[in-house]
Design a protein around this ligand. Structure first.
Ligand code: LHQ
Length: 267
């Protein structure tokens, strides 16, 4: 049996994925990234799953790339050819980041402890990011002579604006969860003891919502960043037109009129 580097639990319509290398602060190895991608593919293909929740085992969310992984660890031996760490991004991080951003269901990150480097940006690429009070976010890249990857150069200026994004990326300082919330980097901070339950409650709430509309909303917002105002308005109209033909609109309006809870089912 391969080691379970990602623990998978099903809670009703919520698929919980737990990064599971607590002894190394859930630092990401090629094997782990492969299992995470596979777990996301499986959740995407399972029609019963309507929300994915990602968290970490132990005291960290993820310390980012495992710097001792032979795929990336530089050698001091002049006889050993330097590794092209871009391969790791091409083969593992880019597919992972794209998969996260194109999941057919909303994705919540419950950041239970430190999230550094690619671990931080993986969390920030999720749709809603909750964090425990003791959690922190570190753009650790500059400390080791690298630049923010796993979407960092795209996500950070969009989340917090250029000035703060550059401050976070250039200095690589630890940002406490409360400060991350204040900056607009994440959605909400919770007392440590409440994070797991609050994140599951949020995921369950999202799972009961009209999945297709939520996913189209994420997509429309990401697309709108590339569009002028009028084009964004037109894109909204085209997407709304499609949603207007879907079952969930019929059900949502009927439930409102009947003063009952809607039962959404589109995905
Ligand atoms: C680790 C790691 C780690 C291995 C803690 N690796 N063992 C993409 C593609 C290609 C190349 C490179 O990068 C990337 C993307 C990236 O993610 S680059 C950024 C990589 N991450 C970092 O640079 C963060 C490194 N870690 C830290 O700065 C600290 O460990 C943090 C601030 C996360 C936590 O600090 P502490 O709470 O003081 O814990 P610690 O440092 O004592 O770590 C505990 C253990 O975990 C320790 O092992 P040990 O055997 O001594 O107990 C660390 O060596 C290990 N660990 N991060 N990334």
């Amino acid at each position: 049996m391969p080691e379970q580097l990602i623990q998978i639990e099903q809670h009703g319509a919520v698929r919980l994925l737990r990064l599971n290398r607590p002894e190394a602060l859930n630092a990401l190895t090629a094997a782990m990234l492969g299992q995470l991608r596979h777990a996301l593919e499986s959740a995407a293909g399972d029609g019963e799953t309507r929300c994915v929740l990602i968290t970490g085992a132990g005291r960290a969310f993820s310390a980012g790339q495992d710097l001792s992984d032979p795929h990336v660890a530089p050698s001091n031996d002049p006889g050993v050819a330097p590794k092209d760490i871009g391969h790791m991004l091409d083969h593992y991080y880019i597919p992972l980041a794209l998969r996260l951003r194109s999941m057919p269901v909303p994705v919540v990150a419950a950041v239970n402890g430190v999230a550094a480097g690619a671990g931080a940006n993986m969390a920030l690429g999720c749709d809603l990011v909750l964090a425990a009070e003791s959690a922190s976010f570190i753009q650790a890249f500059s400390k080791i002579g690298l630049l923010p990857d796993c979407g960092g150069t795209w996500l950070l200026p969009r989340l917090v604006g250029r000035a703060k994004a550059l401050e976070l990326a250039l200095l690589g300082d630890k940002v406490k969860a409360v400060d991350a919330e204040r900056l607009g980097l994440i959605s909400r901070v919770l007392p440590d003891a409440e994070l797991a339950d609050a994140a599951m409650a949020l995921a369950q709430k999202l799972a009961g919502m009209p999945t297709r509309a939520l996913v189209e909303t994420r997509w429309a917002m990401d697309e709108a960043l590339k569009l002028d105002y009028e084009s964004a308005l037109k894109r909204e109209a085209a997407l709304q037109s499609q949603l207007g033909f879907a079952y969930d609109y019929l059900e949502g309006v009927a439930a409102f009129m009947d003063k009952r809870k809607p039962e959404f089912r589109d995905r």
